[in-house]
Design a protein around this ligand. Structure first.
Ligand SMILES: Nc1ncnc2c1ncn2[C@@H]1O[C@H](COP(=O)(O)OP(=O)(O)OP(=O)(O)O)[C@@H](O)[C@H]1O
Ligand SMILES: [Mg+2]
Length: 512
């Protein structure tokens, strides 16, 4: 008879140069359950799953693993897949230029005598897509569909491989509420079909909604495994306490903004879509940011928040951009990114890999890259000033890494995010636009980032925060703009704002 434990990892230790990422970790998963893993950024969650799936092969770690009743020693991912383990990584790994069907079978092509059978591929892809509830043409390219759907493609890809154990590393971090809900119900459905799931997440409400067990990892060690169905239930506060090792009494620091004069104003800002040039991504938007003020920008996926921010930031997005921008009351023009930086504007991107970081460079090089002028004399970098600047910022942001020379590619997701923030804070901007600044960041580090935002505001900077998490906007902003279909639909003081009011304006349709 099959045992009711499908996975046991015993005394796993994994070292990287200068770090012990996992220190004698024990972890066991019951057959058919959804098992959540929680922990601060850099705790070792992704590393544990990479050991399990053979990304870090046998021989590069200490300890033993039993899967489905036998000891396993994986030499690579293919090897673990053959045993029925599939991992969906924190950063999605689909090929943007290939179709949905091609991606589903990538590395697992349906071939007869060496010739790929496209008819069969498409039919089987359609079947897998149906299972995950993805309504799309299988021939569409990955780059043309949103992240929510891409996530479903990843799961479909796992399902065609006869997966017994599905590992999801922060599956809903980049998803909006609807897509997250759909994904969670899909996980629930997979569970009822007997598939075991391990899910890493920073969203404690989702964990409480779906998980049967939760294991907490702190500093590379397993702290505890909680039975989520135990009598009395498990509270978010308890999980947080185990994660950070102390009580976190509030999610948002207290802050009283002292709002000064106008820093940036945009008038009638209109931007056309890059891929569909007849469509407006931003439609006649006007807004004002003041010194010392933290302003939120709320909107659903596709409302034009990122497009608005990027088009402002040196026309990094969009075509046929029109409208006016005033800095301290004077009209300015920002035809490119250097002009935006020169005008004291910084934009911290939501996509840290694509726009923010160079993964094969050090923390130091990444952090100083946008502000290199501030530590150079006559075009020569003063290495001492550079070091001091980066050291100060990394300390303030609490970046966890062996040294400032560590490559950014080796940092945990949350720590990468802190490096992107440091990079733009280093430019000492007057206006700082933060696009989803706490995505994928643990609750303790979020608090740190809110504190930094407050401090920047106290220094007189005007701050615009784009976030999909309404409680976050309500927790840190003085004022919130809502965006719907590219139009600014409301400008609300925090004291008059609540989630329902914001939602109403975020979904307000254009009058016909
Ligand atoms: N390839 C690597 N090279 C060097 N160090 C690494 C590598 N991968 C992970 N680490 C280090 O191991 C530790 C654990 O990282 P890991 O990615 O497992 O964290 P995590 O718990 O997934 O965090 P997050 O919530 O931020 O994703 C971190 O200190 C990280 O810098
Ligand atoms: Mg991780």
């Amino acid at each position: 008879m099959a045992s009711d434990v499908i996975l046991e990892m015993r005394s796993i230790t994994k070292r990287f140069p200068g770090v012990i990422a996992l220190d004698d970790v024990n972890f066991s998963v019951k057959r058919g359950e959804v098992h959540a893993i929680c922990g601060e950024n850099g705790a070792g969650k992704s590393t544990l799953m990479k050991v399990l799936s053979g990304v870090h092969p046998h021989g590069t770690y200490e300890g033993t693993m039993l899967f489905d009743g036998e000891e396993v020693t994986f030499s690579d991912i293919k090897h673990s897949e053959a045993k029925g383990i599939s991992i969906i990584h924190q950063e999605l790994a689909l090929s943007p230029f290939l179709s949905i069907a091609e991606n589903i079978f990538l590395g697992n092509e349906r071939a007869t005598r060496g010739v790929i059978d496209w008819h069969e591929t498409r039919a089987r892809a359609a079947e897998a897509m149906k299972k995950v509830g993805l309504n799309e043409n299988p021939d569409r390219k990955i780059m043309e569909i949103g992240v929510g759907k891409q996530q479903l493609v990843e799961i479909a890809k796992a399902l065609v491989k006869d997966t017994k154990l599905l590992i999801l590393d922060e599956p809903t971090a980049a998803l909006n509420d609807d897509d997250s809900a759909h994904l969670l119900s899909l996980i629930d459905q997979l569970r009822s079909q007997g598939i075991t799931c391990i899910m890493i997440s920073h969203k404690l409400n989702e964990i409480r909604a779906i998980a049967d067990s939760t294991t907490i990892i702190r500093d590379g060690k397993t702290i505890d495994t909680l039975d989520m169905h135990r009598e009395g239930g498990v509270s978010e506060a308890e999980i947080i306490r185990l994660m950070v090792g102390r009580e976190l009494s509030q999610r948002y620091p207290d802050h009283e903004s002292s709002v000064g004069g106008e820093a940036l104003r945009i008038e009638d800002w209109t931007v056309y879509n890059e891929s569909d040039q007849d469509r407006k991504a931003v439609d006649n938007a006007s807004m004002t940011l003041r010194h010392g003020e933290i302003v939120g920008l709320a909107g659903l996926m596709g409302a034009g928040r990122t497009e608005l921010a990027m088009s402002l930031f040196g026309k990094s997005y969009g075509v046929n951009i029109s409208g006016k921008v005033y800095k301290e009351g004077k009209e300015i023009s920002m035809p490119n990114v250097s002009a935006a930086i020169a005008n004291g504007i910084a934009y911290v991107s939501e996509d840290r890999k694509r726009y923010g970081l160079n993964l094969i460079q050090s923390i130091k090089a990444n952090t100083s890259s946008a502000a290199i002028g501030k530590v150079s004399h006559h075009g020569v970098i003063d290495l001492h000033s550079e070091h001091r600047m980066v050291e100060k910022l990394s300390k303030a942001m609490n970046v966890k890494a062996p040294s400032l020379e560590s490559l950014v590619g080796g940092l945990s997701g949350g720590n990468q995010q802190k490096v992107v923030l440091s990079k733009w804070v280093a430019t000492e901007p007057d206006v700082l636009i933060l696009d989803e600044p706490t995505r994928g960041i643990d609750v303790g580090a979020k608090y740190e980032i809110y504190t930094i935002i407050n401090r920047l505001a106290d220094e007189g900077k005007a701050i615009l925060v784009i976030s999909s998490e309404l409680p976050e906007l309500l927790g840190i902003c003085d004022r919130i703009y809502t965006l719907s279909e590219g139009r600014v639909t409301a400008n609300i003081d925090r004291k008059d704002a609540d989630q329902e009011t914001l939602m109403r304006y975020m979904t307000q349709e254009k009058e016909k």
